[in-house]
Ligand binder design. Sequence first.
Ligand SMILES: [Zn+2]
Length: 263
Amino acid sequence: MLVILGVIAFSLFGYCSKRSVNPITGETQYVSMTVDQEIALGLQAKDEMASQYGDFEEGTAAASLVNEVGHELLQNSDAGRSSYRFEFHLLQDPKTINAFALPGGQVFITRALLDRLQTRGQLAGVLGHEIGHVIARHGAQQMAKAELSQGITGAMVMGAYDPSDPKGAAGVAMVQLISKAVNLKFGRNDELQSDKLGVRFMSQSGYDPRAMIGVMKILEQAGGGGRQPEFFSTHPNPENRIDRIKTAINEYFPNGLPSGLKP
Ligand SMILES: [Zn+2]
């Protein structure tokens, strides 16, 4: 009995205490899932995300634009140095104003949000923010905090999952894990960090980072009728978010903004 308990404790210890330094944010993190497991989970969960938000819009000019701007950010900023496998999706939902990121690099924006954006730089701001969530591993951190009902971790599910046996115990746990991933809610500090990372990635890609302030104003206006855009329910809206973005811009460009930035 003691031996068994010891083995369980040892494996839990192994899962819970993987200390790593994030190569892009420089933070020391304790995340149980490996990067490969995060990528696999994102791929497993992306269709569930699509089914909740009106399915993927594919093959249109708007879908190509989302993909193009996403990859432009990866090619020109520190975001491209990560090992995540990014995909940028447009979701057809015409009502839900939102953008999402799953662990591992699946990034989504809804039609309702895309249609409200006025410039390519604003799209870069939204996608840069979502890329920030992936790179800072906010999803994996949130899932490490929120244990599944049996007290097992995402890393254990991903480690035990056998695609050829989807009805087995690990398959059942996987369904739960996917639902967690799709319905993730980030905290205030996660949002502020992602805003800052978004400012960094879009600036490195030659975009005017003030477009990120424009995104926040568009979201505020969309909530003008009383009901807040869904973006704010999954993305808590600190009162001074715009001020913090301005501070991030000043930190990034201490000598002022250069000329010739893309709008
Ligand atoms: Zn966010």
